[in-house]
Structures are given as structure tokens and as C-alpha cells.
Design a protein around this ligand. Sequence first.
Ligand SMILES: [Zn+2]
Length: 633
Amino acid sequence: MEYDYDKLGLKVGLEIHQRLDSHKLFCNCPSNLREDEPHTWIKRRLGISYSELGALDPAARFESLRKRDFLYGIYYDTTCEVEADESPPHPLNEDALRITIMIALMLKMRPVDEVHVMRKIVVDGSNTTGFQRTALVAVGDDNSYIETKWGPVRMATLCLEEESAYIVDSTPEMARYRLDRLGIPLVELATQPDIWHPDQAREAALMLGRILRATGRVQRGIGTIRQDINVSIEGGARQEIKGVQELDLIPEIIRREVQRQLSLLEIREELLSRGVVEKEIDSPIVDVTRLFESSSSKVVKRSLYRGAKVFGIRAKGFKGILGREIQPGRRFGTELADYARVFGGVKGILHGDELPGYGISEEEVTSVRKALSCEEGDSFILVIGDVVSAELTLNSVKERMKYALIGVPNETRKALPDGNTSFMRPMPGSARMYPETDVLPVNTREILREVSGKLPAMPKDIVSSLVSKFGLTEELAWELFDSGRVEIFRRLAEKYKIPSRFFASVLVSLLKSLKREGIPVENITSNNFEEVARYLSEGKLAKEAVPEALAGIATGKYSSIEEFIEGHSLSLDQLDKIIDEALSKLSDKIADRGMGAYGMVMGEVMKIVRGKIDGSIVSKRVKERLEEFIQRS
Ligand SMILES: [Zn+2]
């Protein structure tokens, strides 16, 4: 179903995070991701003092409730003391700053005179220092915008930041991170909340991603660019949805967030009309373990055997609401379960709207309702665990239920693969930046002068030049742009006489389809593409043979295109022999039709030589030999 977004007052802003293709921001380590096991692990506990945490920051307070150890995996060859926080940061990477200023100017944003590195508190352990270094590089004004089909989207800010450490795994007690990713330079481009339609958000993200790539200085591939989406509707609340990597998911995430906020507002109305008040939600936590002593529920039995207990609270006036769907496949009870997981460290909760179920019987439900003093219209929540986690869990669940009376809480949420979102943590407060005294400010005047004269072409200009100069269709030109192979295409298409459209589609569609078949196309080098162009132009490689040749290179069957041709090409003598055989086979037809038999001969010959020699050579040769054949007979 499609909403009237204008009427709902939908407001969306994007925050695009793009890794730059440069060494790390505060040391000289390469910005390489590792797949292998770290060489060693170091253990840290977060050493931030309370004054630094900011007394009122909800995200910080939330994390400080959880006492965790952090383990960091280091690599002797590609990480150093800076990532491990054993040595102060080096001066800001000026190459990365240059790229960032380039991006700012391409978007007509105003770079700041002096770049000051700041510390942004991070309390989840994703940085060894306990903060992320970030620097504002440029700000937008009314001239810095992109024009989408739904209207302009203005740029707000452009920051240069360090990428966080990669999380390997975590439990409520500890988290393991790898340091290979920590410190990779990252730009954070934030738009104004000018977006008012879900599809516009996708278009804006696509356009901005292309502008970033037009610099030629950004990392490419999975994980190198990600979007955070800020979404709100009138009467709802702003949500920060983290880590969207697929553009096509953006509209769906926004649609479903609108649905969620509308559902939560409906729930609020319903609770108010039922006369539910905050005080009543604050019901006591009751140990109901004894009611389950002879339970036939496997989940309950197994937990009780391990020594866990069952605790419950009444959910005053929530009957039917806990089970209500607020996003496809997600219920209000799922929102509560998110809080239970995040704050209580438990796997989940059981609520009255889904019971009897999970092996819990009607009788057990009745006795639980009685023990919790549930009346008509009330529901209840159960959690299985120890006293401490049950208390944390049920108190956080109560807080969330109380907020249902107010409406939609401000949250940082995580994008799920189906377009839903789940609760990650409360939205951080705004006062969490401190100056980084270990890094000197950088004056931008020099870089600005250097960069402003030679800005890269904008994506749409690159595409229109591909269309006009090489006769590509606009669609193919955009695909070529998005594939990142414009430069190699341009160079080879100018150097060799080759059919440009065909060559562009080799670089785009063919590679894509080979990749889909599981062929490791990343093994194909620019030298291989040059060979393809050269042999195509010399007629030694048939168009039809290009897929097999490149697949053979990728899989290591051939070490070069030349080697492929040696095994596959046909000499002109061999071709002539095949043509002659076809001529004599079809001599009756030729006697009847003369040159009109050309198509038939051609078909016969191509059956044998397809892919081994260029079709145009075959055609020319068939024509000549057919003429001679007719004259002779
Ligand atoms: Zn380093």
C-alpha cells in the first residue's frame, strides 16, 4: 500500500558514509581489509571518565550499564600502535582531506577555513580510544543541492572521519573487534531532511554515490559505502536507521518505518481510549516459577533444569496490543523483545497475546494471569532467566510500554534484510564532541587552491560524453559508469578500432553475467582487456569467442588471450577449406540460386567456425569464394 507521504509530513535525510581510497586517516597504514585471523589479540576496558561521558547522554548511559571487555585483533604488517591506541595519532592524512574538499566543491559546498579534528564519544568499543575522530570539512547552503525527480535535496554537512573497528562477535560480557578497518578515511555526507518520498531517497542516494565515485578516489565494493537514513513523520519521531547497504532497500525501509510509526500512534490512541495510565504499567515483577514446575513446555523445562526462573509482569490494558502487527511480520511484542535483548541480554520474552503456545498450556496461562492480578483487557510479559537479567529485562520492557502512551520513541535502529528495522540503542544526545588535542588543525587554503582548478567531471557529463563520442546508449553509458570501468573503456576504445558498444557491453554485461555464474572475474587484468581490444581490432579474436576467452582467463585455464587464440583460432587456409567443403555440399542449391545461396553457405560455414574467427572475415571470404565457384561452374 502506498501512503500519501506529503500529507503524512514524511521527512527523510540521508547520511552517506563512503570509504576513501587512501591510507589511514591518522597513520600511514594501508586501508586494507583482512580476511585472515589477526596475528594477536589485545584486551582493553573502556577508559572513559564519567565527566567525558556527558551526564545526560542516553546512549552513553546505556552502554555504561553494560560492563564489557573488549578484545582487539591486530596485524603486525598492516596495523600499528596508532590503531591500538598505544601511540598518538599522526597529523591528519592530507590526501584524504584533498579528496574530501574535492567532493565538497563538486557539490558546491563551502569548505571551512580550518579543519579541526574532534572526538565523538563511542562507548560500544568500536574504537580503541573510546571515541571516533571526526572533522567538519564543508557545509552546504541553498546552492549545494542535487536535483531529483521529486525536487531538490540540499547538502548539510561533509565530514572526514575515521572508520570504526570491525566487530567479529559479541556477547553481553565481551566484544571482539579487528583493527584492520579502524582508521580508514571515511567521508560522511549528510543531506538536509528535504526528501519527502521513499523513492526520492533512493534516487538521491544513487546520485550522491555516483558523484563520490566520479572522484576516482573512493573505495569500491561491498561495505565501502553505506547509508544511514533519518526518518520521521508528523506526530512521530525521528529515527536513525543504520547501515543500509543496498540502494533498492531504501524505499522499502522508509515505507515500513512510516507504517511502524503510524501503527505506534494508533496503539497510543487505543491505550489512551482504554484509559491506561503510566502508573499502572509500573506493576511489580513476580516470580512465577512454581506455576511451571510441571510444565510440558520444552523451552521452560530446559531453562528450569538449568536453574533459571520465570518472572512476569502484568501489562495493564495491553491485551491484543502486544500481538498487533506494526510492520510486516513484526508485532508490538517484537519491539518489547528488542529492548529485552539489548538491555537484559536475554534471548527474548513471552507475552500473553501469543500464549497458550510454545508448549505453555491454557491452565498455566490462567494461573499466571491470576498470580499477576490481570483483569479483563490486561496482558502479561514473561521472561526466563536469572534475577538480575530478568529485572533489567522487565524494567526496560516496562519503560518501553510506558512510552507507548507518549507515542514513538527516538531510536537508533538497525536495518534488517527484509526492510524492517530493529532497535539498536537510544538516540545519542547531541553534546558528545570534544576537541582532539593530539591533532593540529589544518588550514584548507592551500589545498583549496590546488583542487579547485581541476575538479573531476560530474557523472552526467561523463555519461553524455560516452554517448556522443562512442555512440553508447545512455543506459549502457550509466552501467559503464557504475561499473567503474569508464577509464579503461575510453583508453582502449580510442586506441583500437573496435566496435565501442560491443566492447562496453563486454566490460559491463558480460562481466556481470560471468560473475553471476560464479566465475572470478576479478582475476581479469587490464592487460587482458587490452589484449581483447587489440585482437578484436586485428580480427584475430571473434566477438563470439570473447566470453569463453575471458572466462578462461578468470579461471586460470589460459594465462593470456593470445594463448586462448592459439588454441582456438582458425587460419585463413583452414577457413577456405571449410568454405570449399560447404560449397561442394551445397552445389545443387548454388546452381539454382547463384549468389542467392550466400546465406545458406554462410550458415553452413558458421556452424563450424563460430567463435573461432571473426564473422565479418568469414562473410567476406564466403562471398569471394562463392563468386569464384559460380564462375568456375
Ligand atoms: Zn596504523
